[in-house]
Design a binder for this molecule. Structure first.
Ligand code: HEC
Ligand code: HEC
Length: 323
């Protein structure tokens, strides 16, 4: 089964010592990162057609269901799902969908209830895309779900494969610094996303060559990308788009956190239809930047850090811990 961890390899590693072990550990991590099913195996027939349409929707979302979508107008902006779920949801550490199907229905702390995969898809239609939910029985919803189900084939129910979540970060002892982030942004990001953060359209203006990262056509503050830890984990593995890979990140952990703090700073306007309220404040993510909280840390610290203190405190007091 080429998709799973290699137990023999791990055994060899454990039996190695000292430097050799260190040299191998990077290779070992690469070997066990899950790369997903073979997408050339999408079946023929009606089911295959639905899966292919689902993939097409992830890549060309604005064309199909954007503000001027040919198959319905649901999104409030012209971004595509693949702008964040990279390579149509198949890139390790690029918010891929490999472990998604195996983990729904899932308890979601914001709603403080169990959501179906369709409801979770609509969360992204509503928040990062500032849109209105797809009808649960629409062809588009069925197609996206069918594609995500295809990508999840081979992943055992309830499992999360390595690379399905953001890349690991070490948190510094200081808060993320938006001023330092601004300098990084201007040097490393503005060439594509522009200094005003609003990105660059394709010539036909159906969608973007470089998607916006703030401004009226970007993601809402209720989106996961607005959380600094979450955004930094994405940025570290993937941005700048032409320089970073998960195997060779370009920014340091501190730089990724600083630039995430800058793009998500309140000086940058974002659309907001009010989807910010948690039903229960005790289930907020560590980096959820809107209080109240059930711990003694300020809203500012929850937004910018230092995060490690909050993590330790929540661990020691048996409080809900996620980030
Ligand atoms: C601005 C970035 C952004 C865009 C655009 C976006 N998403 Fe997301 N999406 C996220 C983030 C961030 C997460 C949380 C991932 C995590 O927690 O690891 C997420 C999570 C999800 C999940 C849950 C994944 C899981 O395994 O639990 C689904 C399903 C999803 N998105 C579908 C979509 C679809 C479909 C679209 C397009 C209509 C879309 N997203 C567009 C950022 C985005
Ligand atoms: C060479 C061009 C380029 C550079 C430089 C670049 N990006 Fe991107 N960025 C992209 C592209 C293209 C995408 C969409 C990826 C896709 O659709 O496959 C993207 C997507 C994103 C996204 C998610 C989508 C969105 O619009 O919210 C964020 C966040 C982001 N970039 C942040 C950054 C940051 C921070 C930097 C600097 C450290 C940076 N980028 C540098 C091209 C670039």
């Amino acid at each position: 089964m080429k998709y799973f961890l290699y137990p023999t390899f791990l055994l060899i590693l454990i039996s190695c010592s000292g430097d050799l072990n260190n040299n191998l550990s990077k290779i070992e991590i690469e070997e066990s990162v899950y790369l997903g099913p073979d997408t050339s195996k999408i079946p023929e027939g009606p089911e295959g057609e639905m899966i292919r349409y689902g993939k097409d929707l992830i890549v060309n979302t604005a064309y199909y269901i954007g503000p001027d979508g040919v198959n319905g107008q649901y999104l409030g902006n012209k971004m595509n799902c693949t702008n964040c779920h990279l390579d149509a949801g198949t890139r390790p550490y690029g918010f891929n969908f490999f472990s998604t199907y195996a983990n729904y229905p899932q308890y979601r702390s914001r709603e403080n209830s169990v959501l179906t995969i369709e409801q979770r898809i609509n969360n992204c239609v509503e928040r990062p895309h500032n849109g209105v939910p797809l009808p649960l029985d629409s062809k588009e919803m069925i197609a996206i779900t069918a594609y995500i189900q295809f990508l999840g084939r081979g992943v055992p129910i309830g499992e999360t494969m390595l690379g399905s979540q953001g890349i690991d970060l070490q948190f510094p002892d200081r808060a993320a610094d938006p001023e330092n982030g601004k300098a990084i942004f201007l040097a490393e990001c503005a060439s594509c996303h522009l200094t005003n953060g609003e990105g660059v359209f394709t010539p036909d203006e159906v969608t973007y060559v470089y998607p916006p990262i703030w401004g009226p056509y970007s993601y809402q503050p209720g989106s996961s990308m607005f959380r600094i830890i979450k955004a930094a984990r994405f940025i570290k593995a993937n941005m700048p788009n032409d320089k970073a890979t998960w195997q060779n990140p370009y920014l340091t952990d501190e730089q990724a956190l600083d630039v995430a703090a800058y793009i998500n700073s309140p000086e940058h306007f974002r659309p907001n239809n009010g989807g910010l309220d948690y039903k229960d404040s005790s289930t907020k993510y560590v980096d959820y930047p809107f209080g109240p909280y059930d711990d003694p840390f300020s809203q500012n610290q929850h937004k910018y850090g230092p995060f490690q203190e909050i993590i330790e405190y929540r661990k020691n007091h048996d409080l809900y811990l996620n980030y």
